[in-house]
Design a protein around this ligand. Structure first.
Ligand code: PMP
Length: 351
């Protein structure tokens, strides 16, 4: 069938997401989902929307969610863009805001969707090596480039870049867009959204998949200068008139407005992360400092791929990456207290 494909399709290396097994009794710690579930108010809003309104098209502006995001961060709705997961928001960012005639910069160890978008949109890129301790060095991100993108905290390392270093990267690249992908920021960092008024070239993306526990709904957003948002809206409106379906809009708006559930569940994840860190250290693992809802750990005496396989035999799934610099690490999602007990007990048995 490939004779029917356009040349674009032949050149693509699509992103492969982590395993999504159907078995309910697996301890699934491989794709950084939130174990606590979304706000009950989001579930109620989705149910109400299902019974009443699916006959009708959704709001083409996504205004209720833009208002909720704007209120949460003290910005205006003209500074907010919404889309189907931050993956889709990022796709629009790659098309609308990163220059296609100069290589863009991102860390050599980072979210593996970035090179996929480069392939899709024909964007050249240069991978900037992380420091020896897996930190991003802001001084490495200047010189001629088509823009910069990095997650903060970085994935899969979990390491956080302080806000003054994020500001330094924005300052180093005044004529280029600097994108901070804050998928995991709520688990331990301050959002760079507070920097956007001083740095009109800074765009921050976030997701409701992690700290709001709505990965299945597919909602993300970007916050930045109205000119950047305008560029994203133009690309989006050339692709699809409706940023989100009715269920996603209703659920995401209710989730953003439920601060009590958000605070309670993210504090639970942070507390369990610290217990997981301590348990892994006790078993001899070296664990990178994480500001995310996962940890990145290596055992000096045990091969990471073999450990992942041994855990899989015990119905526990964690993530192992084949990249040569990190192939001795496991990325482990912070689950419930009980899942953490099961994981630590299994590791104690294996080691
Ligand atoms: N950025 C990073 C760094 C991620 O790890 C993820 C989740 N895989 C995303 C963006 C995308 O999240 P979503 O599309 O679910 O909003």
């Amino acid at each position: 069938m490939s004779q029917y494909w356009s040349a674009v399709v032949h050149g693509l290396t699509p992103y492969v997401p982590g395993e999504q097994p159907k078995l309910p009794d697996l301890v699934k710690l491989n794709t950084n989902e939130n174990p606590y579930g979304p706000s009950p108010k989001a579930l109620q809003a989705i149910a109400a929307e299902t019974s009443d309104h699916l006959r009708l098209y959704p709001d083409p502006n996504g205004d209720s969610l833009k208002l909720a995001v704007a209120a949460h961060y003290g910005v205006t709705t003209q500074q907010v863009f919404v889309g189907n997961g931050s993956d889709e928001v990022l796709a629009h960012v790659f098309l609308a805001l990163l220059k296609h005639d100069e290589p863009i910069l991102f860390p050599d160890i980072t979210y593996s969707f970035y090179p996929v978008y480069c392939g899709l949109y024909g964007v050249e890129y240069r991978e900037v090596p992380l420091d020896a301790d897996f930190a991003i060095n802001p001084d490495d991100y200047h010189g001629p480039n088509g823009g910069v993108i990095f997650p903060n905290p970085n994935a899969p390392t979990g390491r956080l870049l302080p806000l003054d270093a994020v500001a330094a990267i924005a300052r180093h690249n005044p004529d280029r867009v600097v994108v901070v992908d804050e998928a995991y920021i709520d688990f331990g960092g301050d959002s760079a959204i507070r920097l956007i008024d001083q740095h009109p070239n800074l765009l921050v993306t976030q997701t409701l998949s992690k700290s709001r526990s709505l990965a299945g709904l597919r909602v993300g957003f970007a916050v930045g200068h109205p000119d950047l948002i305008d560029a994203l809206e133009r690309v989006k409106n050339s692709f699809n008139s409706y940023p989100l379906d009715r269920l996603a809009l209703a659920g995401a708006t209710a989730a953003m407005n439920d601060n009590a559930h958000f605070e309670h569940t993210r504090q639970a994840v942070i507390a369990t992360r610290e217990r997981l860190n301590a348990g892994l250290a006790q078993l001899g693992f070296a664990v990178l400092p994480s500001a995310a809802n996962f940890v990145f750990a290596r055992h000096p005496q045990h091969d990471a791929a073999q450990l992942a396989a041994a855990l899989r035999e015990r119905a526990i799934i964690v993530r192992h990456f084949k990249h040569p610099r990190i192939d001795q690490f496991l990325r482990i999602t912070v689950g419930t207290e009980q899942q953490t007990d099961v994981l630590l007990a299994a590791l104690a048995e294996i080691l």
